[in-house]
Design a protein. Structure first.
Length: 275
């Protein structure tokens, strides 16, 4: 009997964690997502996606190439100073695990469909005389969030003009393409990512010889992006320090839609339905 109670307790805890991370998606993308029900993520148009495929102990390669929605939360993204200034542990890549059908449905499953939602916005115009403009998606308000990033960076550059070299020229925004060395689509394909100046950035594939973590990007720049929902590739073991992508579900940003609450631990699962 004690063993049965233990098993039920473990399953209840796992179910609560699953539901909580599913709700992180709904909170982050309220315009697209409606709710979570059991093991299902429900979109506002009625589409249903299985959240957890039930496969456990996936290898790192499986997490990257055959993930489910739950796997996107496999690594907890460290905000702010956490995880900055030192090499992440091996294969610690929070945000690199992406369930591609989710992003294709949200932003568009072809270059043409993504382009319908693109817009052009100024990039740090006060610091550059309006010289630079970037093309990003309007879906999920990514363009509005990047405007806020740009405004905050302009303010930062008033105090630290030397940081300008890290931000311009821009390395790239929208481009429908796969990630180098893979068959997986880059988030740049969806117009929801920005590469800052390549000249002062580092990328793990550029390493010659043994692995060595490198970074020049100042922490205040990273914090501004994170504040507005963008994770930084410099916090990955497979680092890409020029890269920022819109992933508010990993940062706890985004308002909770009205009427949506995380489940309480007590009574979250009906034990009679577990077996």
């Amino acid at each position: 009997m004690k063993l049965m109670h233990y098993i039920v307790s473990v399953l209840m805890t796992g179910s609560v964690a699953l539901q909580a991370s599913c709700l992180d998606l709904v909170r982050a993308y309220p315009d697209s997502l409606k709710s979570c029900s059991g093991n299902t993520l429900i979109w506002r148009d009625g589409t249903k996606m299985r959240y957890d495929d039930g496969k456990r102990n996936k290898s790192f390669d499986e997490l990257l190439n055959r993930p489910d929605l739950e796997d996107m939360f496999h690594y907890r993204y460290p905000k702010g100073a956490a995880g900055y200034g030192k090499a992440p542990r091996k294969n610690f890549d929070p945000g690199r695990i992406r369930y591609e059908p989710f992003f294709r449905k949200m932003y568009g499953d072809s270059a043409g469909k993504v382009k319908r939602h693109l817009t052009t916005i100024p990039w740090i115009p006060r610091s550059t005389g309006g010289k630079y403009r970037i093309r990003v998606t309007r879906v999920n308000g990514v363009d509005r969030q990047l405007r806020k990033v740009s405004q905050d960076l302009d303010k930062l550059l008033q105090k630290h003009p030397g940081y300008r070299k890290y931000l311009v020229p821009v390395g790239g925004t929208f481009k429908w393409r796969t990630i180098a060395g893979t068959h997986r689509l880059s988030v740049h394909s969806f117009g929801a990512a920005l590469d800052i100046n390549v000249k002062h950035s580092a990328y793990w594939r550029w390493n010659k010889g043994p692995y060595r973590y490198r970074n020049e990007i100042p922490l205040p720049i990273v914090k501004i992006f994170e504040k507005h929902g963008f994770i930084w590739g410099g916090k990955w073991y497979h680092y890409d320090t020029m890269h920022f992508e819109y992933r508010p579900e990993l940062l706890g940003t985004g308002a909770t839609p009205k009427g949506l609450q995380a489940p309480k631990k007590s009574g979250a699962v009906n034990g009679g339905n577990l077996f």
